[in-house]
Design a protein around this ligand. Structure first.
Ligand code: HEM
Length: 303
């Protein structure tokens, strides 16, 4: 089964993220429109070969049954919300998520316009965000993001369901983080590096023994009961306006379990109360769970 290219795409320069809710009663029309999406991705790739365009549409947990009542990915559940008050990761369900990525902003924009033309009359646009590469693939906190992501063929092994009717699909979690930049910028360089467990300028990982139990890379490096690494493929990109900035965090995985455990580890922490100190400097304003079916599955609409 051919996976949508946006799941395993290599990092590039620009992104548009579109989030839609489906208008009441329009599910079957939307299902028909989504059949045309793989052809749209192909057309954009062919028309602008140098732009390295990749597309991705993912269906929200709550929208799935209305769109595709006959079959459901068996692990698709609600976003695993965490915490309370100031340090929380809320659930804000939404029906459809589009990730439109390219090395040319105009091509990503054309893709966004094409998706709008396809769906505007049947949906409500809940959020749109433009993502961009910041320096040498850094997050707006100034640290390189994505270094420990799976590489080469391992990306597909981590991100894609391998077998069964949903082979080639991926469980996708998206959170829009809003950074508390003033707070972050008050930290010394040493304290910032301790938050991640990596150096800032040259992006070198601390030795495991030197990482604080509250370090982001410590809290997100997890193993299952059999000692296997619980990996995800991150497709996040920074967003920013003149006054605000953050990260559109995107996790793609063959199971939702890995992201769920990581988020718990970041927010709830361990028995000694060690939570991820990155959560003191950035707040997720949204959080939603999706499944991104393979191209063939979308075209047949699961029939
Ligand atoms: C690693 C940034 C949220 C999972 C990293 C690194 C940075 C970073 C700079 C180190 C370099 C790298 O390997 O990529 C951020 C920022 C976030 C965020 C700015 C939010 C604003 C999350 C969330 C998760 C997550 C929500 C999962 C629930 C990971 C994983 C690693 C990582 C698995 C690799 C750990 C390792 O093996 O060393 N992140 N991250 N991150 N992050 Fe995040």
């Amino acid at each position: 089964m051919t996976a949508q290219a946006g799941i395993c795409a290599e990092p590039n320069l620009h992104a548009y993220y579109l989030f839609f809710n489906i208008q009441p009663g329009c599910q079957s029309e939307v299902r028909e429109k989504l059949k045309a999406v793989p052809a749209l991705w192909e057309e954009l790739k062919q028309t602008y070969p140098e732009a390295a365009f990749s597309g991705l549409v993912a269906i929200g947990n709550e929208a799935w049954d209305g769109l595709y009542p006959q079959a459901r990915p068996n692990e698709l559940t609600a976003f695993p919300a965490q915490g309370e008050g100031d340090r929380s990761a809320p659930e804000t369900p939404v029906d459809l998520f589009f990730q439109l990525r390219a090395d040319r902003l105009d091509v990503a924009y054309i893709a966004a316009q094409r998706v709008m033309a396809l769906l505007a009359s049947l949906t409500e646009l809940k959020d749109e965000r433009q993502g961009f590469r910041y320096l040498d693939c850094r997050d707006m906190t100034g640290f390189v993001d994505g270094t420990e992501n799976p590489e080469g063929e391992h990306r597909a092994e981590v991100a894609l369901v391998a077998e069964g009717p949903f082979a080639g699909g991926s469980y996708v979690h998206v959170q829009r983080y809003h950074h508390r930049m003033a707070r972050w910028q008050k930290l010394s360089l040493t304290s910032q590096e301790k938050v991640y467990g990596r150096t800032k300028a040259d992006n070198i990982e601390f030795a495991s023994a030197d990482k604080a139990p509250t370090a982001h890379t410590k809290r997100t490096s997890l193993k299952d009961a059999a000692g296997n690494s619980m990996e995800i493929l991150r497709q996040s990109m920074p967003w920013g306006s003149a006054t605000e900035q953050g990260l559109v965090f995107i996790s793609c995985c063959r199971t939702p379990l890995h992201f769920t455990r990581m988020l718990e580890s970041m927010y709830r922490g361990d028995e000694e109360g060690h939570f991820d100190h990155l959560t003191l400097f950035t707040r997720p304003e949204t959080g939603a769970a999706f499944f991104a079916p393979s191209e063939g599955w979308l075209e047949r609409a699961g029939e």
